[in-house]
Structures are given as structure tokens and as C-alpha cells.
Design a protein around this ligand. Structure first.
Ligand SMILES: [Zn+2]
Length: 381
């Protein structure tokens, strides 16, 4: 049985880690064989990481020894482990400037991505689809020309709810009529709310404060995602965010979650202890910038994400551009097994660039893109 078949928070390290290592090692090998650009990157950075005659890697006995790619490389290169014609869906990262990352999913990867998202979210929301208030405007998914990670995120999570209602108008002002109607119809029972963290703060909470109104959704569950940068700039802590949500909406169940387009399957939901908590499909490591050694528990460093799901593109082991702190493993006060951690913010741009530059020392970009043309049609799964 693969980790993807397990319940999301079912395994402690003693059971999870050996299986994760075996699956990630097999995935590394798969991507080395299917994606020449990946193979070149691995060879340049981990010259010892070769495949022996038996088709295995020498010298890997823990997760930290597996190769990892800087997430920025997905902006610069077309990294794909399936032939072009097998690409079923391309995901793009958010960000208003620069080239977005491109992530290529074949039919199987797209299916497993949805399946795992549902499994993780059902743990927190229950199995029933709840009436859903989307803290955004309806155009965010209907405007195809501007289809963004934000739209994709909303579309992905919409699947978890029913009777969808958008809380904002196109100009992001509060659609009070819609909001009032939603509260009247469903406010007594459990409901799901989803929005991007800053949108929730700015366009729901601040807007309610401004007009001096409150809504009452005592059984509501608020999921929010999208980074704290803008809220930090306004000196709003997670605790203050939750407190304001409780005061203005009556909602006490609030879960932030962290994940990135570049890595399907790695969705880290804030647990009842207020920590981002790893599901069995994914894991995290924190590395010291510069030496790239694994940091101690509690030490801040650069976050590396591992996921057993990416098979159509080599995104199973990624060095992010986020600073983080590992808080522990299998001893979170929420009672769930797994690692738990905290995001401390983005790396400064120069440092982030430095991370990815270490990956392409001897290689020319041209060589890498040229290598794409030679991608072999992969064997069937
Ligand atoms: Zn926890």
C-alpha cells in the first residue's frame, strides 16, 4: 500500500519515514529516467547520486540525503516527466510579476491531487459538503484571461462545499445582500468559509468593522491560505486574526493552511494547537542557508518540502523560498502524529536567487531546455 492510500494523519515517524524514503527514492529514480533536465540538475549538484546496476541509488538512508530542486527552477525551466501529449492540466503559480512556475499534470497526477486534497480537508471539515461562503468575488474564477492561482485555489476548494455564495463584489467591496442572505439561510448550521488570508482580513473583517456590523456563524469553519506577509506589514498576528474573526463572525474554528502550486499533495493545515501539521503524504525539512545542512528542531532556516505525489513533474523534493522553523515530530499537543512547523516569512530575494543559482553552476540554460526535446516517452505507470 502506498502512503497516498493512508488516512491523512494516521502514521507516526516509525511507520511513515521508511515508507516515505522508499517512495521518494523511487520517484527520484523515475524523474531521473524521464526528465533529462532533472537528471542534469541532480548530476550537477549531487555527483555521487548515481544509479547503480541494480537500478537503485547508492548511499541514501535518510530523507535529508535526497536531492532537492529550488522551487524557482519551475519558473525558468520546463520540467516534465511525461511526454507533452500526456499533459492534462498545467498549473501556474501566483505572483504578479515575473514568469510564473509551470507545473505539468497528467491525468493520473491530477486525479491523485484532487483525491488527496479531499482526504486532507475532510479530516478537518467532515464528510458532508457544507454550505460555502467564498470570501472573494465571482469573477476570480470566471475570468479565464486572468485565471490565477487564486482562482484555481478557490475552484479546488469549492468542491468541498455546496450552495456557494461569493461575499464580495467585483471591486472587492462587501456584497452585504448576498452575505445577509447566506447567513439567514444557513447561519444556524455548520458552514464552510474560504478565502485568502489578506482578503479575509482586508475585505471581510476590516469592511465589517468599517460599517460597524457583525455576522453570526457560530458553527462556521474558516479555512484561509496565502501567506502572512501583508498582515505582518500591518502587524497582525495569527492570534489577533483569529480573535477578530471570532468577534465579528462568531467563528471559533479557524485553520490557516500552507501549500504551493509547485508541489501537489503537500498541504499543511493548521492543527488545533495552531501549528502547520504534516499529513502522511508529505514531510518537511529545514536547512541552514549556505551550508544546507539540516537545522535543529527550533532553529530557523529554509523550508524543504517533500511529497510522494508528484510523478508527472519532478516536484517531489523542493527547496522553497520560505523561512521556517521545525517545532517537533509526533509530539504536537493537538495529538496528531507527524512533524509540525511554523512559517517565518519569505527569504530576501537575493538569498532566494542564491539558492537556485547553486543548482545550475556548470549548466547552460540552453542545454537544459534542449534536453527537454529528448524526453523519452515514459513507461506506463
Ligand atoms: Zn498539531
Amino acid at each position: 500500500m502506498q502512503l497516498a492510500d493512508e488516512l491523512p494523519y494516521a502514521l507516526a515517524a516509525v511507520d511513515k519515514t521508511p515508507r516515505m524514503l522508499a517512495e521518494l527514492q523511487a520517484l527520484t529514480l523515475w524523474h531521473q529516467q524521464q526528465c533529462p533536465a532533472y537528471q542534469q540538475l541532480v548530476t550537477a549538484q549531487w555527483p555521487d547520486f548515481s544509479v547503480n546496476a541494480a537500478g537503485n541509488h547508492n548511499c541514501v538512508d535518510n530523507l535529508a540525503q535526497l536531492p532537492y530542486l529550488a522551487v524557482r527552477l519551475f519558473k525558468q525551466l520546463e520540467l516534465r516527466s511525461v511526454p507533452q501529449e500526456a499533459v492534462f492540466k498545467t498549473l501556474y503559480s501566483s505572483g504578479t510579476t515575473g514568469t510564473p512556475s509551470r507545473i505539468f499534470l497528467d491525468r493520473d497526477s491530477a486525479a491523485v491531487q484532487s483525491k488527496i486534497l479531499v482526504k486532507i480537508m475532510q479530516h478537518w471539515l467532515g464528510k458532508a459538503r457544507l454550505p460555502m461562503l467564498i470570501l472573494d468575488h465571482p469573477g476570480v474564477i470566471s475570468d479565464r484571461s486572468n485565471f490565477s492561482a487564486r482562482g484555481a485555489g478557490i475552484q479546488g476548494l469549492s468542491f468541498m462545499g455546496r450552495n456557494h455564495c461569493y461575499a464580495f463584489n467585483a471591486d472587492m467591496s462587501l456584497n452585504w445582500t448576498a452575505l445577509e442572505q447566506f447567513v439567514e439561510s444557513y447561519g444556524e448550521g455548520p458552514v464552510l468559509l474560504f478565502g485568502f488570508t489578506f482578503m479575509v482580513w482586508q475585505h471581510l473583517l476590516q469592511a465589517l468593522m468599517l460599517i460597524g456590523r457583525r455576522i453570526h456563524l457560530p458553527q462556521g469553519i474558516l479555512l484561509h491560505s496565502g501567506g502572512w506577509k501583508k498582515l505582518e506589514d500591518q502587524a497582525v498576528s495569527n492570534q489577533q486574526f483569529k480573535q477578530t474573526v471570532a468577534e465579528l463572525t462568531g467563528i471559533s474554528r479557524v485553520h490557516n493552511f500552507y501549500g504551493m502550486v509547485e508541489q501537489i499533495g503537500a498541504i499543511f493545515v493548521e492543527c488545533n494547537a495552531g501549528h502547520l501539521h504534516c499529513p502522511v503524504y508529505a514531510d518537511v525539512l529545514v536547512r541552514r542557508p549556505g551550508s544546507w545542512e539540516v537545522a535543529d528542531i527550533g532553529e530557523s532556516g529554509v523550508l524543504q518540502l517533500l511529497s510522494t505525489l508528484p510523478r508527472s513533474y519532478p516536484g517531489h523534493s523542493l527547496l522553497t523560498e520560505d523561512r521556517a522553523q521545525l517545532l517537533g515530530e509526533d509530539n504536537c499537543s493537538c495529538g496528531l502524529p507527524g512533524k509540525y512547523f511554523r512559517i517565518l516569512g519569505r527569504l530576501p530575494q537575493t538569498e532566494a536567487r542564491g539558492c537556485s543559482d547553486t543548482f545550475v553552476p556548470a549548466l547552460q540554460r540552453k542545454d537544459l531546455s534542449g534536453a527537454q526535446a529528448e524526453t523519452q516517452t515514459g513507461a506506463a505507470l
